[in-house]
Design a binder for this molecule. Sequence first.
Ligand code: CA
Length: 149
Amino acid sequence: MGRSVAILVSVGLLLASSSGCLLNRTNRKVVRQDEARQGVQFESNLAQSAFTQAATDESKREAEGDSSGIYIPFLLAWGDETVLSPAAYYNDQIMLCDANGDGLITEAEAWAYNPDYMTSRQESTTPTSSSIQFVDPSNARSSLALGEG
Ligand SMILES: [Ca+2]
């Protein structure tokens, strides 16, 4: 009785110390490690910030890696993970973002690539009521009249 409790405690400690499985092996491989970052130009600081924020996001790079293997709950986790090197991921993001491939990332391309960032920046730069200029209607009519004539 005492021996079976000790075995159960040992198994429990083993499960708790690993990733929840008795047998655990993950072979992680970083590919394209020798690749250098490509150069790219940006239309504006905003386009650069939007691109860089997403292209250097480590969690996205890790999440986009490939993994394969066998997983049996509490018993076995055995597999391979493949992730791009940071430079390779950055270069692939340039290809995704630079839609026309001209080596210049425009604000429009940055919008399409990272709309969340661009939307948040747009909201933070929305004009306040003190910065909005109102047009005098009499001047607007005279402008229209000049335009028509
Ligand atoms: Ca472009």
